[in-house]
Write a protein that binds this ligand. Structure first.
Ligand SMILES: [Fe+2]
Length: 219
């Protein structure tokens, strides 16, 4: 089958998933080589990552739950939330940061403040399919980000890998589940045609990029 025919047969969800994959690839290729980073640069990435994920992941997944109308989408998101809370993923992340000497400081929090606020304001608009899409991107990116994160921690002298091991595996199923949730929600409650489906993905991608490549304060 020619490429044109394959594209013509692709469902809207397939093309959305391809765009998300591109956004993830785009971030991954921008990652620096861990061996070329200074100890302070490694610590900064781990700390800013912790500052963003520890207190916001469950909040944003909860916003996805509150935003969707589809029962199937809700059930998928609830499973995700139950795992996060039952297995205490924020505690797991905190242990990871402590072991790598990367507990977030005030200035780490300040460096991600603006981009984090932009994601929070987007999430506050409770736009079902768009938040689910943002979270599908998030899970897909995190799963592939784990080896980089684990290597930074190793170079910081850590031997604590529960967080990166768990998220390198469970986020594969989570990503697939969220794409199913997106399909359900798009069928039942599609966003208005004039809205940008990828707004949350773009804001979160900017935030993730800033975790790795912080913009100097005041700029
Ligand atoms: Fe998690």
């Amino acid at each position: 089958m020619s490429t044109v025919a394959v594209i013509a047969k692709a469902s809207p969800e397939t093309s959305i998933q391809q765009d998300v994959d591109c956004a993830i690839e785009d971030l991954l290729v921008s990652l620096p080589e861990p061996e070329r980073l200074s100890a302070e640069e490694r610590r900064g990435i781990l700390s800013r990552y912790t500052a963003v994920l520890e207190g916001n992941f469950i909040y944003w997944m909860t916003a996805a739950y509150l935003s969707v109308q589809s029962e199937q989408a809700r059930a998928i998101i609830v499973d995700n939330l139950l795992e996060e809370i039952r297995d205490c993923h924020p505690g797991m992340l905190r242990r990871f940061a402590i072991a790598a000497n990367a507990i977030p400081t005030d200035s780490d929090a300040q460096e991600i403040y603006r981009d984090l606020t932009n994601v929070r304001l987007f999430v506050g608009r409770l736009s079902g399919a768009r938040i689910v899409l943002m979270m599908a991107f998030f899970e897909g990116f995190l799963q592939r980000f784990m080896p980089f994160l684990a290597e930074l921690a190793t170079r910081q002298g850590s031997k604590e890998y529960e967080y990166t091991d768990v998220h390198g595996v469970c986020d594969i199923a989570h990503t697939a589940g969220l794409f199913r949730a997106l399909e359900e929600e798009m069928a039942l409650n599609p966003p208005q045609p004039e809205t940008d489906l990828f707004e949350g993905v773009d804001l979160l991608r900017t935030l993730m990029r800033n975790i790795v490549h912080p913009v100097a304060l005041g700029h």
